[in-house]
Design a protein around this ligand. Structure first.
Ligand SMILES: C[S@@+](CC[C@H](N)C(=O)[O-])C[C@H]1O[C@@H](n2cnc3c(N)ncnc32)[C@H](O)[C@@H]1O
Length: 181
């Protein structure tokens, strides 16, 4: 099942508003990108606003990666950045210090716990956009703070957004800048 376009567009607006001018520092990482639908939606939203931030996919199932690459090429006429790798083993530090991690419920609680332990090693400012967030307690247990929640009539319209302390510093800075303007 793929991400709903409107749900992700809403998350884009929320995160862009929250991070303000820090937004463009963040790379979007779709954890378990599947056929790449979320990457297409996010890239399109960035292009509309002329924001040159990276869009990256992580997916361990090679046939899906191939489809995602073809889809991206068809739409944007350029290659996309997808890592064919298990998210529990990937070295996230190679993606930079500012990561916006998108998850459409790709893992059970145990796997999510392992992936979060792995990401924490990258010492990044982290924002998690979590669609169908049925294991959100695992993020809370890892110390992430809930900054936004939107519910709909089913779980594919239920999004939670979490941050770590470094990203919250970016948020506070944005709101300070906004209030002094
Ligand atoms: C629900 S699909 C989400 C697809 C896409 N993110 C979207 O929103 O349209 C979840 C994806 O996570 C991938 N996945 C599950 N466990 C993974 C792991 N340990 N490492 C990398 N990808 C994984 C699956 O192969 C599947 O493609």
């Amino acid at each position: 099942m793929a991400t709903g376009t409107n749900e992700l567009k809403n998350s884009f607006k929320v995160v862009q508003f929250a991070l303000g001018e820090n937004f463009s520092k963040y790379s979007f990482v779709d954890l378990g990108c599947g056929k790449g639908k979320a990457m297409l939606v996010w890239q399109n939203e960035l292009n509309k606003r002329k924001i040159p931030s990276p869009v990256i996919g992580i997916e361990y199932y090679a046939p899906l990666v191939e489809i995602a690459r073809q889809n991206y090429q068809k739409v944007f006429h350029q290659n996309c950045d997808i890592h064919t790798v298990d998210a529990t083993n990937f070295d996230f530090s190679v993606l930079g210090q500012y990561l916006m991690v998108y998850m459409f419920n790709p893992f059970d609680a145990q796997l999510l716990d392992r992936v979060l332990s792995n990401i924490a090693n990258s010492h990044s400012a982290l924002v998690f956009i979590y669609l169908n967030p049925i294991h959100s307690s695992v993020l809370v247990d890892h110390g992430y703070k809930l900054i936004y929640e939107k519910k709909g009539w089913n779980n594919t319209l239920w999004t939670m957004i979490f941050c770590n302390d470094a990203a919250i510093q970016n948020l506070i800075l944005s709101f300070r800048l906004e209030s002094t303007n």
